[in-house]
Structures are given as C-alpha cells and as structure tokens.
Design a protein around this ligand. Structure first.
Ligand code: 5AD
Ligand code: SF4
Length: 475
C-alpha cells in the first residue's frame, strides 16, 4: 500500500519543502472560498514520541497557511494515533464518529489519521469499510512525507492511503511548531529491536535507527538559540543509542557532548531499558550539572518467570541490583517505572513479586497498566490468558502499594528549596504557576506569568501526595 516513493537525505527535505509551497497554494484557494484563514487541529494520542511527531505535523500545517487551534471543529483535523494498548484504539474509533458529524456541517472539512495504529492492516480495513469519510491515512514510516500527502489530498476526491512497511530513512530539517517555547523533545533514535513479547511497538515503529550525533547537536543548538532551556531526548530504548551508526557511540558519550552546549540548562531522556543501562551512563549522570535527577526505568514485572516470558532479558535480582546501584550513586534521583498486570500466565504470587520490587525500589511514581492483547505479538498467542477478575484483583493490590510508596517518596522533599522550571499558569487557579523540579515532581506556587520558561528556586511547603504547594524564593 505504498503510493509515495522513498528518496534520501537533503534531496528529500528539499522535495518536501517544495510540497509545502504547493500545499500553500491549495490552502490559500480554500481561504478565498471560505473567506477566512482555514484552521487545523492536531490531536495526539499516546507517548512523547507521538507528541513530538505532532509538533512536526503542526509545523508543516502552519507553513502551508493553516491557523492552529485546539478545537476539532477546525477545517482540517488530524489524529496522531497510538496502538500500544487496545483502549487507545477504541478511543480513536469513538471520537471519529463525532468528527463525522462535524464534517457533515462543514463541507470543507478534511480528516486525516496517522501514527502507530495505522500500521496495522486490520485497522486500515476497518476504516475503509466503516469510516469512509476519512480523507487521508498514513503511517509512522512516511510521516516526513506529510506535505506531499497533504497536496495529494487536495488533488483527490478519494481517500488517500499511504502505509509503508518499514524505512531506514531519517529526514532532517523540516519545520516544527513547538508546544512550549522553553522546552522541547528531540528524537535521538526511532524504532525498537527488543521485541518484548507483549509489545506492538517494534512492529509499528520498525527497527532501531539512531540519528547522527552531529544532527542531534545541531538541532539542540538551534533550539537553545530559540529560547529552549530544557530538552527531552526521545527513543524507545535510549540506552542502545548509537550502536548502528557508521561510527558507533554510546548514549553516555552523546550525553557528554550535549552537556557542553552553552545555554542548555536541563537534559531529560526517556526511555531506558534496564538490560542496557551501563555504569558509564550512571557515571555521566552523577557528574552532570544538567542531566535531571530522574530516571524512568520500566520494570514491567517483578517476577523473574514472567520477565522471561515477556522477553525482558533481566531477572528480578538484576533489576533490584541495578536500582540500588543507581540510588547509591545518585541519592537524590527519582526513579519511575511502568508495570503491566495480567500478562499471560501471571498468578497472584507473581504480583506479590512485583509488589516486593515496588516496596524495595520505592518508586517516586509508577504507571500501572492492565495487559492488553495485541494481535501479532507472541504474547497474544499464549494460551494462559488471565481471567479479568484476577487481573483486576492484582491491579488493585499493586496500585495501593504504588500510591503509598510514591506518596512517602515525594514527601521526603518537604521543607527543601529546589529549582523549578516554570511551565504554565495553573489551570485551576490563575494566581498560581506550575513548575517542575529536576526530579520531575510538580510544584504549584504563586507568581507572575512572566516567569514561565524560567528556572526559579521554590520552597516546598506542603506535600499533597504527588505534588507540592510551594513559595517562590528570592535568589
Ligand atoms: N499491554 C499493556 N501495557 C503495555 N505496554 C506496552 N505494551 C503493552 C500491552 N500490550 C506498556 C509497557 C510500556 C508502556 C509504554 O506501555 O509498560 O513500558
Ligand atoms: Fe516495546 Fe519492549 Fe521496545 Fe519498549 S523496549 S518499545 S516495551 S518492545
């Protein structure tokens, strides 16, 4: 189902820039017809990778002459979808019905779908059959072709579908519209080679590909020149960064280079696979002035038997040893995690093992998920799927321990004064600002909106479970 061609490097960037110009012509014709600037809305489902991809889509839409709004009443709506768990898919189907009713009222409205869910053939079949009103569909591998596909959409009355099975292409230097002026995500690699047995990501995002360090550094320098102080390096498994480069380098080496960039104040990254987390990385984090005191280290399960069936390639003991080494070397670090409950064959005693790890590691936060069967993954074919009531029972038991330990961990900061990057005006009460500590904890405090984007010291006065109420402190 590949309709566009693969080209390489700068040549492809130039082709896409030319398509942006062409699309701009169509958007301007539309503006003449409707007597105003056409609007567009990019809706993101799923992870930080998708959020970053959405900024790229938004950048291109802005360049073609659309006005970005956050209302799905817009003249062009694109859903950047996720398929990591089935509930993400169901949400998309649910909301598409609403988009159709909006489209009936606005004859100029166009609807596009992209992202991970579109890489699944069964999804495309369903949309072709039951959601005929969608105008454009593309996947994860050809997102850089968005301008070209947008042009094709304007030139056709039919549904345009362009899904590639894979790519080894990384196209640089296309426009991006950032959500925040002071912080930004940056892809350092794409895809995943781990094939955890429950996970669909390697099938929909393809094989692991690292960006060249020069391109990453150049992008970060440009962002810093544009006012960015905090960056989040993004990859499914950042710890295996650089292995497939012509001149291999480690993630720790990349971090050392990024640390040197003047004006950059904070470095975050996600996600780290425990099996690949090196002593070199712990050392770099320990010595760094810029790398935030936060590590997201997905556990998935605390039972060695289940970990093996998950193809995670570490044992409970190895994970615990790693976590205690990290806590010993960097005592003020916050460790967060992802946990799945209800993987095939999981028994209450396996959940006990997971709870044991949570108690021992004392996570600052943990995202707990109910196992979702993803067609095509090895786990989906396993016979011993766990009954729903048993999953629910294990999930509730785990959640209670996760919440109690996280509350205790976060409370340890009470009374300290720590730097917070001010992110926004508090949604509930506009006298308050919301800031984020280096260890990712949120703090709300009274202050002036001109502080947004600045790093300021905040006294952590009252712990409210997962966040603090604080007071700004004069330096
Ligand atoms: N079911 C439930 N959770 C899953 N995750 C990935 N695949 C599945 C699945 N099939 C979770 C993992 C991963 C996070 C991003 O999503 O915990 O770390
Ligand atoms: Fe999925 Fe495992 Fe890759 Fe993470 S490391 S994206 S859980 S296969």
């Amino acid at each position: 189902m590949q309709i566009t061609d693969k080209f390489t490097g700068t040549e492809e960037t130039n082709r896409q820039l030319a398509y942006i110009e062409k699309a701009r012509g169509y958007v301007s014709q539309l503006a003449d017809r409707i007597g105003r600037k056409p609007t567009c809305c990019v809706t993101t489902f799923g992870c930080q990778m998708n959020a970053r991809d959405s900024e790229k889509l938004a950048g291109i839409l802005e360049q073609t002459g659309y006005e970005l709004i956050s209302d799905e009443d817009a003249d062009f709506v694109i859903y950047n979808t996720c398929t990591v768990r089935d509930n993400a898919n169901q949400r998309v189907y649910g909301r598409l019905g609403h988009l159709n009713s909006l489209k009936k009222k606005n004859p100029h409205k166009k609807i596009a779908l992209c992202g991970c869910m579109m890489q699944e053939p069964s999804v495309i079949e369903k949309i072709k059959k039951s959601y005929r009103f969608v105008d454009l569909i593309f996947g994860t591998h050809n997102i850089y072709k968005f301008a070209e596909l947008l042009t094709a959409m304007f030139e056709s009355e039919d549904m345009i579908i362009d899904i590639w099975e894979d790519t080894d292409e990384i196209v640089e230097d296309l426009p991006v519209e950032r959500k925040y002026h002071f912080k930004s995500g940056i892809n350092i690699m794409f895809g995943c080679n781990n094939f955890c047995s429950y996970c669909i990501v390697p099938y929909v995002r393809g094989r692991e590909r690292s960006r060249n360090p020069e391109d990453i550094i150049r992008e970060i320098k440009a962002l810093v020149a544009d006012g960015v102080v905090e960056i989040m390096l993004l990859g499914q498994n950042v710890n295996s960064y650089g292995k497939n480069l012509a001149q291999p380098m480690t993630f720790a080496q990349l971090l050392r280079e990024i640390e040197k960039i003047d004006g950059l104040e904070r470095i975050r990254f996600m996600t780290s696979h425990p099996k690949d987390l090196s002593d070199e990385l712990i050392q770099v984090m320990k010595e760094s002035k810029k790398i935030c005191r936060h590590l997201h280290l997905p556990l998935q399960s605390g039972s060695t038997r289940i970990l093996s069936a998950m193809n995670r390639r570490y044992t409970k003991e190895q994970y615990l040893a790693l976590a205690s080494k990290i806590r010993r070397e960097i005592p003020d670090i916050a460790i967060t995690t992802d946990i799945i409950v209800g993987f095939p064959g999981e028994e209450p005693c396996d959940v006990d093992e997971t709870i044991d790890v949570v108690k021992k590691v004392q996570y600052d936060n943990a995202f707990t998920f109910i196992y979702s069967k993803r067609t095509g993954t090895p786990a989906a074919a396993m016979e011993n799927q766990v009954p729903e009531e048993l999953v629910k029972e294990g999930f509730d038991r785990l959640l209670k321990v996760v919440q109690d330990t996280a509350r205790d961990r976060v409370a340890l900061l009470q009374g300290q004064t720590l730097d917070a990057l001010v992110e926004e005006v508090n949604e509930q009460d506009n006298r308050f600002l919301t800031g984020r500590l280096s260890n990712n904890t949120i703090v709300h405090f009274e202050g002036d909106p001109t502080l947004i984007g600045k790093i300021v010291p905040v006294y952590l006065k009252e712990c409210h479970g997962f966040y603090y109420l604080g007071e700004a402190v004069k330096r």
